[in-house]
Design a protein around this ligand. Structure first.
Ligand SMILES: Nc1nc2c(c(=O)[nH]1)N[C@H]1C(S)=C(S)[C@@H](COP(=O)(O)O)O[C@H]1N2
Ligand SMILES: [Mo]
Length: 257
């Protein structure tokens, strides 16, 4: 295999591995031969194997005693648009989460519909690139089952999260917060569309009514005020082309911790 072919194959292997339903994934993981087969099949290097396997490991979880008494809110703490203010005043009764782009069945979910999806609660540490951390308890819909419901098309490789807030002086589309993750993180069992924090509805300062939790990455990946999830083959054509608000301003796209 030539080097570019091999890179493409590796990327495909990662994506399809992540694309397996969790149940199938768990069953495969329980099978001792699985990772060995994956590693040997097309001569995957040891490093690539570690990349795929390690990225599925869980982030550390904590106990209620570990919860930070004061979880800092960062970036936007109240989106400034009148549309968002109206949603907040109505307790987000009409908020929708759109799932579109490269999917077979575009979704438009109310918060009730989101809350009816397979959920998970986890106590994790949030690490901001600015050098602070806080431990919080998050409850939300697991992203994987929602993606299965929408049916990702084979070309889909990334998910772009479009947010309701503008961060920066222009307060227009060029300042709108957005983020993106790949399918390994999308199907990670701790990746949630969180609607509750510390057993309360998610506060406005922390991204109400819905924010992403992607626990293996730094804080800026955890998009708050999520309105739309777009499945794409690549994000070169979106905004600054680097896959996120901060990435367009020089941060790493993959912010693994
Ligand atoms: N929509 C949106 N999401 C965002 C941000 C933001 O400004 N807008 N800031 C990011 C950064 S840098 C961090 S550290 C976390 C902060 O989340 P918190 O306010 O719950 O602490 O949100 C991330 N997600
Ligand atoms: Mo951050």
């Amino acid at each position: 295999m030539s080097a570019p072919d091999r890179r493409r194959w590796l990327a495909g292997a990662g994506a399809s591995l992540a694309g397996l339903a969790l149940t199938a994934c768990d069953r495969l993981n329980a099978h001792p031969g699985f990772t060995r087969v994956l590693a040997s099949a097309e001569g995957l290097t040891r490093r690539a194997q570690r990349l795929v396997v390690d990225r599925k490991a869980l982030a550390q979880e904590f106990t209620p005693e570990d919860l930070s008494p004061d979880f800092k809110a960062n970036g936007t703490i109240r989106p400034s648009s009148p549309a968002y203010a109206a949603h907040a005043a109505a307790a987000f009764a009409d908020w929708r989460i759109l799932v579109d782009g490269l999917v077979e069945r575009p979704q438009s979910l109310s918060l009730d519909e989101l809350r009816a999806l397979p959920a998970r609660t986890q106590i994790t540490r949030h690490d901001c690139v600015e050098g602070w951390s806080a431990i919080g308890k998050w409850t939300g819909a697991r992203l994987g089952p929602l993606l299965d419901r929408a049916g990702l098309k084979p070309e889909a490789r990334y998910l772009v999260f479009h947010c309701a807030d503008h961060l920066g002086p222009n307060q227009d589309e060029s300042d709108r917060y957005y983020e993106s993750i790949d399918l390994i993180d999308a199907y990670h069992p701790q990746t949630l569309l969180a609607y509750a924090m510390n057993d309360q509805p998610l506060p406005v300062a922390h991204g109400a009514p819905v924010r992403l939790r992607v626990e293996r990455q730094l804080g800026y990946k955890h998009a708050k005020y999520v309105q739309r999830i777009e499945a794409v083959a690549d994000f070169a054509h979106i905004r600054g082309g680097k896959g996120g608000f901060w990435e367009d301003r020089g941060y790493e796209w993959y912010a693994g911790i």
